[in-house]
Design a protein around this ligand. Structure first.
Ligand SMILES: Nc1ncnc2c1ncn2[C@@H]1O[C@H](COP(=O)(O)OP(=O)(O)OP(=O)(O)O)[C@@H](O)[C@H]1O
Length: 304
């Protein structure tokens, strides 16, 4: 499978302000890629550059191995795009607006629009201007998904959606992946990205500070343990575990966190009798906050 998105040293400055700095990234066909970062990190800038809605100050972007500047029509026909600031004519009825956009995309069966509207709980018979922010966002989602494009580029897709509709959105992403479509979605919410993405990139101040599979990030994330022993405990062996921190002993109970695979812990436990063991889910949110907060240089130093 080829790369659907390829970015090489893609950069954008707005006057003296940095939008994006030398971003190298590829997204493979069929992959769901989560693009995470706090407000102002450069997510929308990346997406606008990808679609040639703004021009880079350096570097290049390819979609489907094509330069979007030279093959705009071909590239855009294969993309479903939800802008972070999705706007349509507020005077139109929802159904009318979607039928118009469907017409621009070629052939989208009316039943497809109706099916998506039902699933997202969107009323097609009201005027756009009467819709809440969340309902307008649903219009944006329908127009992005309706023509089953090869690539979905979604800028903060769940913004303003209530939790039930967020789940429906995640189902739509899973279905798109199952159908072989590629998804590039930006977000500042870790849990939604974690639920569907194969790989995650974290951007901070215009720079990619982490890029990995969700599975590998999960294995690096912190697990908290609480273990109650029967009989004597080799405290030194627990204290010597790799990536152990926050260790305390309370009688026969040890509490600590581990930011590594539990393999070494299991080997220590095998030398003991254990009365009870509690392990928390890995907390990816914490890992991401650490990337958001630490400067890239500090993070690099921590890694080294
Ligand atoms: N048209 C513009 N003119 C000047 N600066 C801009 C412009 N667009 C973006 N920026 C700046 O570039 C940086 C990256 O902005 P961008 O909108 O890409 O971030 P983002 O990660 O999408 O955040 P948000 O979720 O808040 O939109 C920010 O510092 C922003 O202020």
């Amino acid at each position: 499978m080829g790369d659907v998105i390829r970015l090489e040293k893609l950069s954008k400055t707005y006057g003296s302000r940095r939008g994006l700095a030398e971003l190298d990234l590829t997204v493979a066909e069929g992959e769901v890629f989560g693009y995470l970062g706090p407000n102002g990190a450069g997510k929308s800038t990346t997406i606008r550059l990808l679609l040639d809605l703004i021009r880079p100050t350096g570097g290049r972007a390819w979609l489907f191995d094509r330069d979007p500047r030279e093959h705009a029509v071909e590239v855009h026909r294969r993309v479903g795009y939800l802008a972070g600031d999705f706007v349509v004519d507020p005077r139109q009825m929802v159904g009318e607006c979607l039928a118009f956009l469907a017409g621009l995309r070629g052939s989208v069966p009316k039943s497809r629009i109706e099916e998506l509207a039902v699933r997202l709980d969107l009323d097609l018979s009201v005027r756009i201007k009467a819709l809440s922010k969340g309902n307008r966002q649903k219009v944006g989602l329908v127009q992005a998904f309706m023509h089953q494009p090869d690539l979905l580029i979604l800028d903060e897709p769940t913004s303003g959606l209530d939790p039930l509709v967020q789940q429906t959105f995640l189902d739509l992403v899973r279905e798109a992946k199952a159908a072989g479509q590629t998804v590039f979605m930006s977000s500042h919410i870790m849990t939604e990205v974690e639920a569907v993405a194969d790989r995650v990139g974290i951007i901070r101040e215009g720079q990619l500070v982490a890029l990995d599979t969700v599975a590998r990030l999960r294995s690096q994330a912190v697990h908290r343990f609480e273990i109650t022993f029967l009989g004597p405990v080799d405290q030194a062996a627990i204290a010597a575990l790799p990536e152990v921190s926050d260790l305390s002993f309370d009688g026969a109970t040890a509490r600590f966190q581990l930011a590594a695979s539990p393999d070494a812990l299991i080997q220590v436990l095998a030398q003991h009798r254990v009365a009870a063991l509690r392990a928390s889910e890995p907390n990816l949110e914490e890992l991401f906050f650490s990337y958001y907060q630490a400067s890239p240089q500090a993070k690099e130093a921590t890694r080294a």
